[in-house]
Write a protein that binds this ligand. Structure first.
Ligand SMILES: Nc1ncnc2c1ncn2[C@@H]1O[C@H](COP(=O)(O)OP(=O)(O)OP(=O)(O)O)[C@@H](O)[C@H]1O
Ligand SMILES: [Mg+2]
Length: 226
C-alpha cells in the first residue's frame, strides 16, 4: 500500500458578486509519509483553500485526494466526521486554544470528543516531547506565542492523525520561535511517518523544508530544492 497524500487535478471555483472566481485549476501534490512539504505563494492564491479541501473542511469541483489510498473526497456522514476528527490534524495561524482550559486540557480535548481513551497519558507525552511539561497547568494567556503554537500542534496530534495540515503556523512568531516550530514539524513527520503540509509566507521558515511548492495561477509548481 502506498502511504501518504496524493492530490490530483484539484479544481475549485467560488461564486462571488463579481462572477465566478477560479481559485484552483488542477492542483497536483504528493507527500509521502514522513515527508514535510511547504507551500508558499501570494495572498489570495488559494493556499488555504487547498488545505481546507484536503482536510474536508471545503469541497472541490473536480479532482481527487487520497490519504493512505483512502478516497477522502467521497467520505460522507459518520465516516466523514470520523476522518475529520481523527485522521487529520490542523494547526492554524491563530492557535485556537480555549482560554478557560489549561495547556494539558486543551491537548486532551479532541481525544475526549473522539472517545479515544487514555487521552491524558498521551497528552502528557506530547507535551513532554514538545518541551512543555512545565507548562502543562498554564492557561493559554500565560504562555508565549511559540508555546501556544506547540500546544496547538500537540492538540492536533492527540488522536494520532494520518496527516497534519498547518496554515501559517508561525504567522505570529518571531524568527527564532518560527525556526523552532518548523524543526518540530520535521521531527513530528519523521517520527510518526505521516505527511505534513505547511502553508507559510515566511521564506526563512520555508528554507527548513526540502520539499517546497509555490502556488501560481491556481497550480502548484515545484520550488527550489535545497
Ligand atoms: N468561501 C469563499 N467564497 C468566495 N471566495 C472565496 C471563499 N474562500 C476564499 N475565496 C477566494 O478564494 C481566493 C483564495 O483564497 P485563499 O484563502 O485560499 O488564499 P490564500 O492563498 O490562503 O491567501 P492568504 O495568503 O492571504 O491566506 C481569494 O480570492 C478569496 O477571496
Ligand atoms: Mg490563507
Amino acid at each position: 500500500m502506498e502511504k501518504g497524500l496524493q492530490v490530483r487535478g484539484l479544481v475549485k471555483t467560488y461564486d462571488s458578486p463579481a462572477g465566478k472566481v477560479k481559485v484552483l485549476s488542477g492542483v497536483n501534490l504528493e507527500v509521502a509519509g514522513g515527508e514535510t512539504a511547504v507551500i508558499t505563494g501570494p495572498s489570495g492564491s488559494g493556499k488555504s483553500t487547498l488545505l481546507n479541501i484536503i482536510g474536508t473542511l471545503d469541497s472541490a469541483d473536480a479532482g481527487s485526494v487520497e490519504l493512505d489510498e483512502q478516497d477522502v473526497l467521497s467520505l460522507k456522514g459518520p465516516a466523514l466526521y470520523k476522518f475529520r476528527n481523527t485522521s487529520v490534524g490542523f494547526v492554524f495561524q491563530d492557535h485556537h486554544l480555549l482560554p478557560q482550559l489549561t495547556a494539558l486540557e486543551n491537548v486532551m480535548l479532541p481525544s475526549l470528543l473522539a472517545d479515544a481513551g487514555s487521552g491524558k497519558e498521551r497528552a502528557l507525552e506530547l507535551l513532554s516531547e514538545f518541551g512543555l511539561s512545565k507548562r502543562k497547568d498554564f492557561f493559554p494567556s500565560s504562555l508565549s506565542g511559540g508555546e501556544r503554537q506547540r500546544v496547538a500542534a500537540a492538540r492536533a496530534l492527540i488522536n494520532s492523525p494520518k496527516l497534519l495540515l498547518c496554515d501559517e503556523p508561525t504567522g505570529n512568531l518571531d524568527e527564532a520561535a518560527s525556526a523552532k516550530t518548523g524543526k518540530l514539524f520535521l521531527s513530528v513527520a519523521k517520527k510518526r511517518k505521516i505527511p505534513i503540509v505547511i502553508v507559510t509566507h515566511n521564506l526563512e521558515l520555508a528554507k527548513i523544508f526540502s520539499v517546497s511548492y509555490i502556488m501560481h495561477d491556481g497550480k502548484l509548481i515545484a520550488g527550489d530544492k535545497k
